[in-house]
Design a binder for this molecule. Structure first.
Ligand SMILES: Nc1ncnc2c1ncn2[C@@H]1O[C@H](COP(=O)(O)OP(=O)(O)OP(=O)(O)O)[C@@H](O)[C@H]1O
Length: 238
């Protein structure tokens, strides 16, 4: 079953057609990566799915329900969660306090403490748990943000360039985090430029070009597709 489906989705900004008749179906339990050259419309599609933009036409279904009219917070309440590229963490609070704020929506007392500890271990943040979030390394901030996103126990996790600015080792560790979440039942849609991450995690890849779905398949099929190479992989992203 599709957990998420966009049907004939279009978005215009004035005369600019940024999302063009996008029909994207995400199967429950998959890790799906959205790639494409700069300006392809990845972020816009992401924001349409999250409800931050209203589509010009078309609809979005989540778990079989039409969520097109729903606001972001209503979509999040139904089981979507998002990690943006720029971390929305509280810099003047510790890493642990950031997680506690996110967790207190549904936990308290000992179970909240235990879940915060589990997340700190899972996200390689145990040793910096008491440090101000603003003082963490770039990679640690990204992991903390993932921690806040998964504190909501989402069914569908949207990741916007989760490995941007990370070292190869941090990128690989992020891939492992994503794979573990997926093994625990979370469906994942990631916008990503880093092809090593895409190779590591993606079951299926969608290539967006000029707002349209240009190609779709396994990473092997996408890498072997000469049309894709011409628009994207040929520009140094392989
Ligand atoms: N709010 C907006 N108003 C007008 N134009 C916009 C708006 N948001 C995006 N665009 C335009 O839509 C096009 C697609 O942008 P988008 O950010 O979705 O692409 P992208 O694939 O995410 O690019 P990148 O990889 O560089 O982040 C670009 O030409 C951009 O300038």
């Amino acid at each position: 079953m599709s957990i998420l489906e966009t049907r004939g989705l279009n978005k215009h900004f004035g005369g600019l057609h940024v999302t063009a008749d996008v029909n994207l179906a995400l199967e429950e339990g998959e890790i799906h990566c959205l790639i494409g050259p700069n300006g392809a419309g990845k972020s816009t599609l992401f924001r349409l799915i999250l409800g931050e933009h209203a589509p010009s036409s078309g609809s979005i279904f989540y778990a079989g329900h039409d969520i097109t009219p729903l606001k972001s917070f209503q979509r999040i309440r139904r089981g979507m969660s998002v990690k943006f590229q720029v971390p929305g963490i509280f810099k003047a609070l510790s890493a642990r306090q950031n997680l506690e704020i996110a967790l207190q929506h549904h936990l308290e007392g000992g179970s909240l403490d235990a879940e915060a500890d589990r997340l700190l271990d899972f996200l390689h943040l145990r040793e910096v748990a008491e440090q101000f979030a603003g003082n963490l390394s770039h990679g640690q901030k990204q992991w903390l943000e993932i921690g806040m996103a998964i504190s909501l126990k989402p069914k569908l996790l949207l990741l916007d360039e989760p490995t941007a600015g990370m070292s190869p080792a941090e990128t690989f560790a992020t891939g492992e985090i994503v794979q573990t979440l997926n093994a625990d039942g979370v469906t994942i849609l990631a916008v990503e430029h880093d092809m090593s991450f895409v190779r590591q995690v993606a079951r299926r890849v969608t290539v967006l070009h000029l707002g349209r779905i240009f190609a779709q398949g396994t990473i092997e099929q996408i890498v072997a597709d000469e049309r894709v190479a011409a628009i994207y992989l040929g520009h140094g992203h392989a």
